[in-house]
Design a protein around this ligand. Structure first.
Ligand code: 6GU
Length: 224
């Protein structure tokens, strides 16, 4: 998978996109991430990428020209499955959306800032609008990283078997069951006997029950 991220704050991506699972997926050649500084596509002498809103009101709006210049350049080189705009009024990200987007070969993620982007960007250049939850972030960058991470870990070969994505919370509309590791007894806080029994089928059954119990208690909405 190739992910092209368009942002006014490219530095924000340096940490999160170069650690842990995302780092290893790049090293394995399974993922390419290209960060594009929107300012590099400004024709303004001060490299400005935003302007005042027509009709007035507080807050600057990202202009269409640098965004179109960047997206057009990328589209000349690569065929994209989706051009995604991260925005709080987009469709809510969930595991089933992540599963289907993880099958993409090439994606553009556009990070908005300030008061958003010129509506004509959304009308003519964007194919999908995604929000990561009902709260407002200062910009789309953290949301783009959340989305990228959720997709990358689903690519075959990115996770090893023991951390398989299939047992994650939400993957079958159930939260994940509790997990334990050594020591089996810490300050008399003990591990459920069944997990130490060596009885695989019973462990499996216990985990299913716990997952269902947790989901009922914490997220009954997932059970429908
Ligand atoms: Cl995608 N962007 C911003 N700025 N805030 C958000 C969001 C996105 N998703 C939830 N809040």
């Amino acid at each position: 998978m190739r992910i092209d991220i368009i942002t006014c704050l490219p530095e924000l991506f340096e940490g999160p996109m170069n650690q842990s699972i995302v780092k290893r997926s790049k090293e394995k050649g399974l993922v390419e991430i290209h960060i594009h500084n929107l300012r590099d596509y400004s024709t303004d002498k001060h490299r400005r990428v935003d302007d005042y809103a027509f009709g007035g009101g507080a807050g600057m709006v990202l202009s269409i020209e640098p965004i179109d210049a960047c997206i057009s350049k990328l589209k000349n080189e690569v065929k994209y499955d989706e051009v995604v705009y991260l925005t709080p009024d987009g469709e809510g990200l969930n595991q089933s959306m992540a599963n289907s987007l993880s099958l993409s070969k090439n994606l553009i993620l556009l990070c908005g800032h300030y008061k958003g982007v010129d509506q004509r960007v959304r009308d003519h250049l964007i194919t999908k609008e995604i929000s990561i939850g009902d709260y407002v972030l200062s910009g789309g960058e953290l949301a783009a990283m959340v989305l990228a991470d959720s997709l990358i870990r689903l690519i075959p070969g990115v996770l090893n078997d023991e951390s398989s994505a299939l047992s994650d919370s939400f993957q079958d509309n159930l939260l994940a069951p509790p997990v334990y590791t050594r020591p089996a007894n810490y300050k008399d806080w003990t591990v459920p006997d069944i997990l130490i029994s060596g009885h695989e089928a019973k462990v499996e059954q216990w985990r299913n029950e716990q997952a269902l119990e947790r989901t009922k208690k914490r997220r009954p909405d997932l059970l429908g």
